[in-house]
Design a protein around this ligand. Structure first.
Ligand SMILES: [Cu+2]
Length: 458
């Protein structure tokens, strides 16, 4: 293939030599090369590409080459989805067939050399982009074409804290958000990545593994509010295709350390709430009554999925409840979805050989003037809003695995980093509304992990 290029060069040289030979010694005239005075350029405007072609108004080339249509990848020219040959000189209204299935809303029209096998597009390879000065001859433009939003994702291991989405096709700029599963349906979001109009291959999403569930949902969201800022809950709602959101469930594997965390609580409507249950296998959270300091018979149970389950409600037989209860993790080993205990659904043991359980207290109805407790869980304040009389001391009890803070929006108080077994108290001596947040997982103004204490005149 090198020979062919040399051939072209020699041909040019031959022209030059011929010119010299014919001229008189006094005034040698040189036949101009066909490319003399030409600067490589591309002229293209925004257009409708619904027919699967784009039209390039003009391509000026100084060597035989290609006009290649690149997609957008990370804001720069990405893979090529179509190309047409261009000849030396001006090529007008050049039609280029493109692969709409892989097209992006923004495309790049780029001039390439035909440096390898002539007439064969070799890129990546010999047919590298043309440079004029130190610039590529490359013009971005917008193309419109019919787009059906879709998400393609397969089951995968997410131990590294990343989800990999095979492809996302979006009709507008948006987000690919990873939702955890709550009762088999999409729950809170644990990570998101921006997507552009058209085809987005291999979208990587960093997620909060400490909140992951064994089933996740990859859902397409709009970018409706501030561009480039993920606002959900808020402006950036899901994209709908007809009635249903563009949403695909998939299964993930990752390492989970079995764990149960419960706050002391008032028994409300025969239901206890378990702050967090982390399970490596599908199982049950069972509430055992207190039999002389150790777990006795079970008075209620609820299914837990693989991964991190938060705020699991368990209906119990209130008449049998003891002041101290045990929340214990059991396997779902017998008939799936059926609680077989005593039987196959035995308790789960941790690495240390201990049953995965925790005990908690049932509190009497909270006296209105007494101290008030807010449970700090991963990653929220369980009582997001509490109304208390003036003079009340509020205590935030750490009942989580991640570090958190209790930080006043107005700089009134700050717990510093709370960790295992920690708590923080503040006495509210004046009426008013006092917003606070976690510095790691929330922000002022009620953003994410945040809460409010409303203090009323006694
Ligand atoms: Cu936090």
């Amino acid at each position: 293939m090198i020979n062919r290029r040399i051939g072209v060069l020699l041909g040019g040289l031959g022209l030059l030599l011929a010119g010299c030979a014919q001229g008189t010694p006094a005034a040698p005239t040189v036949e101009p090369l066909p490319t003399a005075g030409l600067t490589p350029s591309v002229t293209v405007g925004d257009q409708d590409a619904s027919a699967g072609t784009v039209t390039i108004e003009q391509v000026v080339a100084t060597e035989p080459g290609w006009l290649a249509i690149h997609t957008t990848r990370n804001g720069a020219p990405g893979p090529v989805i179509g190309q047409s040959q261009v000849s030396v000189g001006s090529n007008e209204n050049l039609e280029v067939e493109i692969d709409l299935a892989q097209a992006t809303g923004q495309l790049f029209a780029m001039l390439h050399l035909d440096a390898g096998e002539v007439g064969e597009y070799e890129f990546p390879g010999a047919d590298v982009p043309v440079t004029a000065g130190d610039q590529l001859v490359n013009v971005p433009f917008n193309a419109t074409f019919p787009i059906e939003p879709s998400v393609t994702v397969t089951d995968q291991d997410i131990s590294e804290g990343n989800v990999s989405i095979e492809s996302v096709i979006a009709a507008a700029p948006g987000w690919l958000a990873i939702h955890i599963s709550q009762g088999g349906a999409p729950g809170p979001v644990i990570g998101q990545s921006p997507v552009i109009v058209g085809y987005n291959p291999e979208v990587g999403v960093a997620i909060d593994l400490s909140q992951a569930t064994g089933q996740l949902f990859a859902m397409l969201h709009l970018d409706e509010g501030t561009a480039g800022v993920y606002e959900f809950p808020g402006a950036d709602g899901p994209v709908f295709a007809g009635e249903a959101p563009v949403n695909v469930g998939f299964n993930v594997t990752f390492e989970v350390t079995p764990f149960v965390s419960v706050s002391d609580q008032v028994l409300a409507e025969s239901t206890v709430t378990i702050d967090r249950v982390s399970a490596a296998e599908a199982g049950w959270i069972a509430i055992h009554i207190d039999a002389s300091g150790s777990p006795g018979p079970v008075i209620g149970f609820a299914p837990v999925g693989v991964g991190h389950n938060q705020n699991v409600a368990v209906e119990v037989d209130g008449a049998q409840a003891t002041p101290i209860l045990f929340a214990m993790l059991h396997l779902d080993a017998g008939v799936l979805g059926e609680y077989n205990f005593p039987g196959d659904d035995v308790p789960i043991f941790d690495i240390g050989g201990y049953i995965v359980m925790t005990q908690f207290q049932l509190l009497a109805e909270a006296a209105s003037a007494g101290p008030v407790t807010v449970s700090v869980v991963d990653v929220n304040f369980r009582e997001k809003e509490a109304t208390v009389p003036v003079g009340t001391t509020v205590t935030w009890m750490y009942n989580a695995t991640l570090p958190h803070t209790v930080t006043s929006d107005d700089g009134l108080f700050d717990s510093g980093t709370l960790s295992s077994g920690g708590s923080f108290s503040y006495t509210f001596d004046e009426a008013g509304t006092f917003a606070y947040h976690c510095r790691f997982h929330g922000g002022p103004g009620g953003s994410a992990m945040a809460g409010v204490i409303i203090v009323e005149e006694g």
